[in-house]
Design a protein. Structure first.
Length: 145
């Protein structure tokens, strides 16, 4: 079932809660902007604390799409700054993740996110759907060929 249509969200009045729903990132804070109670797909804001590090390789069992609103995060050595975008399909392997200065992202998940600790690409990964990095200000795709 699809989520209810929401015209406008006053995100500043929604509380941040500890951890990402689904349990994938217990050490971040999150606001749920909208969620499908049946499928678990959601629009969220995530606040990454300064010094946040996830050094174990992992992948999520769902798609994650995000835009950096403040600060920066680093995934697999790639730095995402304010206004940078990525779509990381289900199973995308994250060798390392961190945020030195902290960050806020608007993040979208295709279902309830669960982290699978693994050093291999996850089941269902489709590289054709990967948008690893776009600098939206310049519209440059930051992909190595």
């Amino acid at each position: 079932m699809a989520r209810k249509h929401v015209e406008f969200v006053q995100s500043q009045v929604l509380p941040f809660t500890q951890g990402l729903y689904g349990g994938a990132r217990p050490d971040v804070e999150m606001r749920i902007l909208s969620i499908d109670d049946e499928g678990g797909d959601a629009s969220t804001m995530i606040r990454w604390p300064a010094g946040w590090v996830r050094s174990e390789p992992e992948h999520l069992d769902c798609d994650e799409e995000f835009l950096v609103l403040e600060g920066s995060i680093e995934i697999n050595g790639r730095l995402y700054r304010k206004h940078d975008y990525a779509h990381l399909p289900r199973g995308y392997l994250r060798h390392s993740q961190s945020s030195k200065s902290g960050a806020v992202t608007i993040s979208f998940f295709s279902s309830e996110p669960h982290a699978i600790i693994s050093d291999t690409i996850g089941n269902g990964f489709d590289e054709k759907r990967l948008v690893e990095h776009i600098e939206t200000i310049t519209h440059e795709t930051m992909t190595e060929y």
